[in-house]
Design a protein. Structure first.
Lengths: 162, 162
DNA sequence: TACTAATCATCAGTATACTGATTATCAACG
DNA sequence: CGTTGATAATCAGTATACTGATGATTAGTA
């Protein structure tokens, strides 16, 4: 496998660059000045209210260091609010502002369209297979990343199945 | 598709981060101080001798701006040589040094192992399907990137095809 | 309680990637 | 030959990502 174009790592890097370009192509015309990472943070904060930065990082597989800057910028834009946790003074609890909520509503359709564009080379069946295999490959190697995905602890741990 | 984990863009970003981590896990112990992008450049320069930076960028789908820094660092390490093109004084012709060649030889097995690790969650059949679909999806969206893959002009242009 | 280990956020430094601008050079054309 | 447009490389500025370190705080424990 000395051929670069046959290496998964190389293809993934290229595809990620394309994903970012497609995101901006869809989102920038809205004039919202959001990046893919910033969108992911906003989207997650709508579902999980009042979580600290470390938890947020785990939910989206960010590096803890990276998220400091991301939240800095989202705060500067007034889209999120960051304050010291009342239960742990080390932690910073992040939450969406009303502006953040509105921005998320506006950007959502564009982001969904971007996902469609990303997969435009594949037919419906291929898209499904691709997403399944990508999910499977990612889950199997999740722990090899410095910033693994860390789901919230589920209240009821299902025995046997994980 | 409001679920982040179902968005191809999000999964691709995660998988790319994993790819980088796996690369370093395999390569760093060799003490070579190479990044995935630097490896791709070296690997391509072995196949294509004496090409300028713009051509190299096209062959690996780099941004022209990015490659300036990459070649800077590879030059500083003594792995590549950069000189003004004898036929076009705007262009810089890049070539592997003997040290670059040796580094590439040393790092190659580690990089190949990294590709295997990346795909460890998939069986042989799934790996093949995944790579095919990833290649197809990437090719279909190549032109949406600021840094598309630009193959070398083939000597014989196939008629009919665009 | 005092000590130690762990955790949260942040900082410093480096390496991709991007946008947009600039300089040097080349190509094309009248 | 001179002007115009395109191209190669680079620079300035911003945003991820990473490594490794630090300060503040919490948790665990003797």
């Amino acid at each position: 496998m000395t051929e670069l174009k046959q290496m998964p790592g190389h293809l993934i890097r290229r595809y990620q660059q394309i994903a970012v370009a497609v995101f901006h192509r869809q989102v920038d015309p809205l004039g919202l000045d959001l990046t893919p990472v910033q969108f992911a943070a906003l989207n997650t904060l709508r579902v999980h209210k009042d979580i600290d930065q470390a938890t947020l990082a785990g939910l989206i597989a960010y590096d803890r260091t990276t998220i400091t800057g991301v939240i800095d910028r989202l705060t500067a834009k007034g889209l999120v609010d960051r304050k010291i946790s009342p239960t742990d003074r080390r932690a910073r609890v992040v939450s969406l502002t009303a502006e953040g909520e509105a921005a998320l509503d506006r950007v959502m359709p564009a982001v969904e369209e971007a996902q469609t564009v990303m997969l435009q080379g594949l037919d419906a069946r291929e898209q499904q297979v691709f997403m399944e295999l990508l999910t499977k490959a990612t889950e199997a190697t999740n722990d090899l990343s410095r910033a693994p995905l860390i789901p919230l602890a589920t209240p009821e741990p299902t025995e046997g199945a994980e």
